[in-house]
Design a binder for this molecule. Structure first.
Ligand code: SAJ
Length: 428
């Protein structure tokens, strides 16, 4: 007999997860507070974009294995995949996780498994989720099982990575972890590592923190190199020949809803101990103003036109969440700079200012500032750059463009120090 699953939260993680279980012969009810998402799903349509998801959802809804509701229902397993946004002070806002947990309480029955996939600060399962369930009279770990199973999927590859990635399953006790692991074996082909809930919580946060701290190190190298007249990118390349060194790349800062958010979930729980993690955040958050300092050296007059290329937090995506490029644009606008912005991956409704075509953005500009490594920017039309710009200066914070035309004065993290030594902007 097919088993019943209830997935609470039909976002980028919940919906693909619900669809994968439905494909693996579970009867799945997906729950969301958004009536539009629910209605669309019941018609076999999706409200988010993800490669292959539309087809999969259509198929499982048609077969009757997936339906959407506004309220949870009885099931053998509940998966909570709601967002964990952050408060102004960067602490985790657990309201959605708490609400989702409370919403399933009336539908729990003996031997059910509750799994939280949302990213949460360490100890949340033990200190917050378990007590809510226990208050209802359940003996968590004995007659009701509870686990944290963080995800690591990359947008654009979610359906592949859900199946192939190694999965960490952290139970509130061994029995809970084993129950949850058995559930994921329905479709996960990657390894399933069983651990405690708190280790699972912490390992998810440390994966993203590892990257954030390493990027901070690269950004600090970029600043030191600018001061001392060193080619930072060459240093990275040379150092990475060491078999145990992997320096990351400097950029305009760190964005997205993971790297720029998750380290704070550790900091909030142990602020005195998480010194390096805190400093990494400070360094990465300082990069937008470091980039603006370079712009100011290149364009001392605010009236000079600056063409900004790229708004998303990384290349070839349409996501502007926590994007350092947005911070840079907003700071420049507040300071009264004459800027035009071009990003072929961003729609006008995503931003509060006007977006320009490439030609309009660079027309009469005195500098191009590249903030995202979209593939479109890797091969910029040099003839247009020279012809349309007033002065062909390019400041590439992503080290992504190659120019051969010597009229174009190109700066990246290899030669930032040359900006300081320059008396006037290079003219045609
Ligand atoms: N960045 C740099 N320098 C680098 C590498 C990245 O400045 O050398 C910047 C990027 O430009 C971007 C930011 O860091 O602004 C984050 O990009 P990313 O590609 O490193 O990570 P995310 O946030 O898109 O996805 C991460 C992934 N985690 C890790 O690689 C450890 C992904 O696997 C996770 O699923 C995701 O977080 C998540 O959901 O937690």
């Amino acid at each position: 007999m097919n088993k019943n699953l209830c997935v609470v939260g039909l976002g980028y993680i919940g919906l693909p997860t619900a669809a994968m279980f439905a494909k693996s012969n579970w009867n799945v009810v997906g729950v969301d507070v958004n009536p539009v998402a629910v209605e669309k799903l019941n018609q076999g349509e999706i409200h988010i974009e993800e490669v292959g998801l539309g087809e999969l959802v259509k198929e499982v809804v048609k077969e009757g294995n997936l339906e959407a509701k506004l309220e949870p229902t009885y099931a053998d397993c509940f998966i909570i995949a709601v967002p964990t946004p952050h408060n102004e002070d960067h602490t985790a806002k657990l309201d959605y996780v708490i609400e989702a947990t409370k919403s399933i309480l009336p539908y729990l029955k003996e031997d059910d498994t509750v799994i939280v996939e949302s990213t949460i600060p360490p100890r949340t399962i033990n200190d917050i989720v378990a007590p809510i369930i226990e208050e209802q009279g359940w003996n968590v770990g004995e007659n009701l099982f509870l686990a944290h199973c963080p995800e690591r999927v990359l947008p654009g590859r979610i359906l592949i990575e859900l199946v192939e990635n190694t999965r960490i399953v952290g139970g509130i006790n061994q029995k809970s972890a084993e129950q949850a692991a058995e559930i994921y074996r329905s479709f996960v082909k990657g390894e399933i590592l069983i651990t405690s809930a708190v280790s699972a919580e912490m390992s998810k946060l440390m994966e993203n923190t590892y990257r954030d701290v390493n990027i901070a190190l690269a950004n600090e190298l970029a600043k030191v190199s600018e001061k001392l007249g060193i080619d930072a990118l060459e240093v990275i390349q040379l150092a990475n020949h060491h078999p145990r060194v992997n320096l990351h790349l400097p950029g305009p800062g760190v964005g997205g809803h993971c790297l720029a958010v998750d380290p704070y979930f550790i900091i909030e729980k142990a602020p005195e101990q998480a010194v390096l993690i805190s400093n990494a955040r400070v360094i990465n958050n300082s990069m937008p103003s470091f980039v603006i300092d370079q712009v100011k050296k290149l364009l001392p007059q605010k009236a000079s036109k600056l063409a900004v290329l790229g708004l998303t937090y990384k290349g070839n995506i349409d996501d502007v969440r926590e994007s350092p490029a947005m911070d840079i644009v907003n700071l420049l606008r507040t300071e009264g700079y004459n800027i035009s912005v071009h990003d072929p991956h961003v729609q006008p409704h995503q931003v509060e200012f006007e977006l320009s075509s490439f030609e309009d953005a660079i027309g009469d500009a005195e500098c191009i500032l590249i903030l995202t490594d979209h593939h479109e920017f890797k091969t910029l039309d040099e003839t247009k750059v020279v012809k349309l710009m007033k002065y062909p200066n390019v400041l590439d914070t992503r080290n992504c463009v190659q120019f051969s035309n010597e009229q174009i004065k190109y700066y990246n993290y290899s030669n930032l120090f040359e900006i300081s030594s320059q008396k006037e902007v290079i003219m045609k």
